[in-house]
Design a protein around this ligand. Structure first.
Ligand code: 5GP
Length: 196
């Protein structure tokens, strides 16, 4: 059993469209000892999303109030007026229930978490095989308006530069292989061995 002293964390980051969310969802379904860190966010909720499960949705004013209260481990204005952040209360909540934390956050936030938690944290940069493929995936995902899509493409291009700042780079080309590699990362960091 882990607790607030022995809990570990995995921070997954990637340029938007690299497929990290698919990998994170797979790991959460596969390992009951992992729990997803639900971030606070100010963007509009997408139709399939649930408040408190996908994000703690809040207004920009509420978010800024929490910044003033020093309630965040890290936060970023990821896009203009779109704030995202990890609440201290979320990290405490997960370690208190005896689980290890999984983050799905942007590149800067991931670097901040890694520098705060050091050896308790395994940081993983998920990378598409190429920038062209990433662009194609973003367009095909079809969840964004054109303006929002362009914003994400520009940001993704800049984020590709940061892969060397992470413990591990996971190239997401063939999904089945990436999932096995991700399982290997989890098992090795938690137990020192891997079944895969
Ligand atoms: P989306 O709007 O697609 O859900 O997320 C946009 C970006 O914000 C993604 O790169 C996502 O990983 C990132 N993000 C989500 N939660 C957090 C957080 O708590 N902190 C930071 N820094 N980024 C986050």
């Amino acid at each position: 059993m882990t607790d607030i002293m022995t809990g570990k964390m995995f921070v997954f980051t990637a340029p938007s469209g690299a497929g990290k969310t698919t990998i994170v969802k797979h790991l959460l379904a596969r390992y009951s000892e992992l729990e997803f860190s639900v971030s606070a966010a100010t963007r509009v909720r997408r139709p399939h999303e649930v408040d408190g499960r996908d994000y703690y949705f809040m207004s920009v004013d509420e978010f800024r109030h929490k910044i003033d209260q020093d309630a965040f481990v890290e936060w970023e204005e990821v896009y203009k007026d779109q704030y995202y952040g990890t609440l201290k209360s979320e990290v405490d909540r997960i370690w208190k229930i005896g689980k290890h934390i999984v983050f799905d956050i942007d590149v800067k936030g991931a670097m901040n978490i890694k520098s705060l938690y050091g050896p308790r944290c395994m940081s993983v940069f998920v990378r598409p095989p190429s920038f062209g493929i990433l662009k194609e995936r973003l367009i095909n995902r079809n969840t964004e308006t054109e303006a929002s899509l362009n914003k994400r493409i520009l940001k993704a291009e800049a984020e590709m530069e940061y892969e060397n700042s992470f413990d591990i780079v996971l190239v997401n080309d063939v999904l089945e292989i990436s999932l096995m590699e991700a399982e290997h990362i989890i098992e090795t960091f938690l137990y020192g061995i891997s079944k895969t």
